[in-house]
Design a protein around this ligand. Structure first.
Ligand code: AMP
Length: 285
């Protein structure tokens, strides 16, 4: 597996691979790899023959009071895991090469970037779409894989691709979970033992939402209430939002008459870790 730091070198490598007839795939990450990330690589492997994973802890998507400095960066372990999962090239740009002095250009997907997680993380999705478009321009992938775990990110990126006529095909990978049901996340390392145990309440609440939906309930409010009532049993996991939204505009739905996303964000009381999760009711994304 090749490791590349320089954006121009990455661009050359990708263009050379493509002119040799290869299909280039990209899996963007912030590193601290876990089974969730590796499942994205496995999915991408099926559709491309030159597989790039980027590892970049993107400063533009962190708020001033967020965990940019302490975000885990176990680089050597990441290299081993990525290589073992079939990655051909790890692209690891440096912040000063992605955002040099006088950097001034940002991409903002309006309307759907300021709801859900965007409500408490105002510049987050602007940072995400900016870096993802930059990565697309550097790597020129024909396919890119994102996880359903970050469902708003996925919807926002798909919107950007459509709105800006990008030709990259976006593939979605399902959420990989711990045995307890907790969605895998690089931030789970922040959790205390008690928080990790109690965080399983999040998936339980989403399973209850699914059961309610399958029993015929079509009121968004009833489903939101059920999810909250289960999370409220834990004094360690506190909901920031619980929403049932449509899959295109991410607007709250009262009467469910098409597939919807039941999405939530919680914060744990001891370490203050923010956890997100979601489930699609009535279909796939
Ligand atoms: P991150 O490194 O957290 O920015 O995530 C990089 C990519 O991995 C994103 O597309 C995420 O949605 C995806 N991802 C993160 N956690 C999981 C998970 N538990 N299951 C599936 N995909 C995931």
């Amino acid at each position: 597996m090749k490791i590349v730091n320089s954006p121009p070198e990455m661009k050359n490598l990708s263009l050379t691979a493509q002119s040799g007839g290869s299909t280039v795939g990209l899996v963007p990450t912030m590193g601290a790899l876990h089974e969730g990330h590796l499942s994205l690589l496995k999915l991408a492997c099926q559709y491309c023959d030159f597989l790039v994973m980027s590892i970049f802890v993107n400063p533009a998507q962190f708020g001033p009071a967020e965990d940019l400095a302490k975000y885990p960066r176990p680089f050597e372990r990441d290299c081993e895991l990525a290589a073992a999962a079939g990655c051909d090239c790890l692209f690891v740009p440096q912040p000063q090469d992605m955002y040099p002095e006088n950097y001034s250009t940002y991409v903002n997907v309006e309307n759907i970037s300021d709801t859900l997680c965007g409500a408490s993380r105002p510049a987050h999705f602007r940072g995400v779409t900016t870096v993802v478009l930059k990565l697309f321009n550097i790597v020129s992938p024909q396919i890119a894989v994102f996880g359903q775990k970050d469902v708003q990110q996925l919807v926002v990126i798909k919107r950007m691709c459509q709105d800006l006529n990008l030709s990259v095909k976006i593939l979605t990978a399902p959420i990989i979970r711990e045995e307890s049901g907790l969605a895998m996340s690089s931030r789970n390392v922040y959790l205390s033992e008690k928080e990790r145990r109690e965080s399983s309440v999040i998936y339980k609440s989403l399973m209850a939402a699914q059961e309610l939906y399958e029993s015929g309930e079509r009121s968004g409010e009833a489903i939101r209430r059920r999810v909250r009532s289960i999370i409220d049993k834990s004094d360690t996991v506190r909901p920031e939002y619980v929403e049932v939204v449509d899959t295109a505009r991410l607007k709250s739905v009262d009467k469910i008459d098409r597939k919807v996303i039941a999405a939530l964000a919680c914060r744990t009381s001891e370490s203050g870790t923010r956890l997100i999760d979601n489930i699609i009711l009535g279909g796939d994304l």
